[in-house]
Ligand binder design. Structure first.
Ligand code: C5P
Length: 238
């Protein structure tokens, strides 16, 4: 797979015009666009068609489902019916919730089922918060590996993790899909993220997809932003 196909641009805005402009500007350089609550709450899942018209072929619906199995299954059904390419759910929802989501995704997609990926510990959290505020006693890597293995055993296609955990998670889940957010060039601010890293470390450690938000969307020139990340290869993302 070429590098362009591995890049997912996160559209973190509630402004549909801005999102459409970003899709038009960035689509030639990336393989997918990720949307979350900011666009789906005001516009509903109909926003997917608007973004497709602007050039977003593959949509990653990042709503991080976390509820009882029946409620998550109903949400996954709606996403699958709209042909989303990938969607997220929280691994801490447990095996019954995950299994219900997997079954629903396969039952209700017209063609290819969406890729289901599990979130264990958000990249905005660090180990201290995990221990002192969330009551988790395992180390952050152990917790992530434990949840990720459980999710894949329940039928998920893969998991989300930061650059710092990719190698560990790759060893733990074998061939499953790994999606890595928190990508930054070394010169860039972390914003609200805690566990960040650079694009090539992620890819070399075994990440399949890189989620890149503000570094890409805040830049007037996507080629320049990708070049700063070392992701602009001749004839690939240009
Ligand atoms: O702007 P930035 O590159 O930090 O955006 C990262 C994107 O990845 C955001 O849309 C965020 O919701 C998402 N994400 C994350 N950490 C996770 C899962 C998803 O940052 N564990």
């Amino acid at each position: 797979m070429n590098i362009r196909r591995k890049i997912v641009c996160a559209l973190d805005t509630a402004d549909l015009d801005r999102a459409v402009q970003t899709v038009r500007r960035v689509a030639p350089h990336v393989g997918a666009f990720k949307i979350g609550h900011a666009l789906t709450l005001p516009y509903g899942l109909g926003v997917i068609d608007r973004l497709r018209e602007a050039g977003a072929d593959r949509i990653f619906l990042d709503l991080k489902f976390h509820d009882i199995p029946n409620s998550v299954a109903l949400g996954v059904r709606e996403a699958a019916r709209r042909g989303v390419w990938m969607l997220t759910l929280h691994l801490s929802g447990g095996p019954a919730m995950i299994t219900a989501a997997v079954e629903e995704a396969h039952e209700h997609s017209d063609d290819v089922a969406p890729l289901l990926v599990g979130v264990s510990v958000l990249t905005s959290l660090d180990e201290a918060t995990l221990h002192s505020h969330l009551g988790v006693e395992r180390s952050l890597p152990e917790h992530m590996v434990g949840l990720s293995k459980m999710g894949c055993e329940c039928g998920l296609d893969g998991v989300v993790c930061s650059v710092q955990e990719v190698a560990n998670i790759r060893r733990a889940i074998g061939h499953g899909v790994i999606v890595t957010p928190g990508i930054r060039p070394s010169s860039s601010p972390k914003h609200d993220q805690k566990r960040t890293g650079d694009a090539h470390t992620a890819l070399d450690s075994g990440a399949d997809y890189l989620v890149i938000g503000r570094v890409l969307t805040d830049s007037p020139d996507p080629k320049h932003a990708l070049a700063e990340l070392g992701l602009l290869e001749e004839g690939v993302a240009s």
